[in-house]
Design a protein around this ligand. Structure first.
Ligand SMILES: [Zn+2]
Ligand SMILES: [Zn+2]
Length: 331
């Protein structure tokens, strides 16, 4: 099978490797669509702690089951499948407390390598975090299950009601998925970014207001702010845009060791909540699956183009130039 390997930052190679044979509980999936993601871009630019190099990468995908190992009951060859690339162990201390997204082993047996003709899914993912793709969803749309699960995780725990005001900072794929989900909640959503092309996409996807860095003032006040840039300077600025009692959801992961500092008066007397957001639980994946299946959220507007596997480097070059939101890689 043909797979793409991230050799070192900036360098991707295509290689022929043997098709793995699914062992007990595993499923071999023929990839029909895989999506580029901010994590992949970080890895391509400077390496990423969760993506070993050289190694296979790509973790947002959907496809057709090619073969299953012994004991797999919920899928058979020929089934169209959508899945995420990790699942909790269900045994560690965090899993026992139902903090499945913080499972100590969540990244131990993840399925990396969606930028390939085939991907092998470990047994716990097949069992816990994989679904039959509904016929009304394209493979590209179904591949949004993973990023949407992350966004569901952050948004669902906040208790957002119709009429609440929200600011999403960063109109990349994750910021735009926040916008789509907040629209479903009936919130009034503003989106801020430095990239005008991305703001136009936000407007098209239903943002009530779009804001450039100049038009966003400390006088703006929202019930919720969603930080989707992963820049410490933005983490710091974001608390200025909250109403008293507001919540800042910190979605964008920054480089390890970076710091953000806050005015203690603001946090204490205005009772501001700073909420870290990471990954997803099986329940979040289920909710994301239902949002896609029931067409509550239409993600097709986030796909900026398609490339065959051999041109995967071109997709990354375009994203680095700031062009496009997400590209579909079609093996
Ligand atoms: Zn991703
Ligand atoms: Zn666990």
């Amino acid at each position: 099978l043909l797979t793409s390997l991230l050799i070192k930052p900036g360098s991707i190679e295509l290689r022929e490797v043997n098709i793995p044979c699914p062992q007990r509980g595993q499923a071999l999936v023929k990839v029909k669509a895989a999506l580029t993601c901010g994590t992949d871009i970080k890895a391509y630019l400077r390496g990423h702690p969760m993506i070993p190099m050289p190694g296979m990468f790509g973790h947002e995908f959907s496809g057709v089951v090619e073969a299953v190992g012994a004991g797999v009951k919920n899928f058979s060859p020929g089934d169209e499948l959508m899945a995420v690339h990790s699942a909790p162990c269900l045994k560690c201390g965090y899993c026992k407390k139902k903090l499945y997204n913080l499972c100590e082993k969540i990244m131990d047996t993840k399925a990396l390598g969606a930028f390939s003709e085939y991907i092998l899914l470990p047994s716990h993912i097949v069992k816990i975090n994989a679904y039959i793709k509904p016929g009304n969803l394209s493979f590209e749309e179904a591949a949004f299950l993973e990023p949407l699960s992350c966004v569901v995780h952050g948004v669902e725990q906040l208790g957002i009601k119709g009429g609440d005001s929200a600011l999403v900072i960063g109109a990349g794929p994750i910021g735009l998925l926040h916008l789509l989900l907040l629209n479903v909640k009936g919130a009034s959503v503003s989106v801020a970014d430095i990239n005008e092309g991305r703001l136009r996409v936000a407007k098209r996807l239903g943002a009530d207001f779009i804001l450039s860095p100049d038009s966003i003032k400390t006088g703006c006040a929202f019930d919720y702010v969603f930080e989707c840039t992963g820049l410490p300077a933005v983490w710091e600025l974001a608390v200025n845009y909250l109403k008293r009692g507001g919540t800042l959801a910190l979605f964008g992961g920054c480089k390890r060791g970076t710091k953000a500092t806050y005015d203690t008066y603001r946090i204490h007397y205005d009772e501001i909540t700073l909420k870290g957001v990471f990954h997803y639980t099986p329940d979040d994946v289920k909710k994301a699956y239902l949002l896609l299946r029931d067409r509550k959220i239409n993600v097709s507007g986030l796909i900026s183009g398609r490339y065959p596997l051999k041109d995967i480097g071109k997709a990354f070059e375009r994203l680095i130039e700031g062009k496009g939101i997400k590209y579909a890689i079609i093996p």
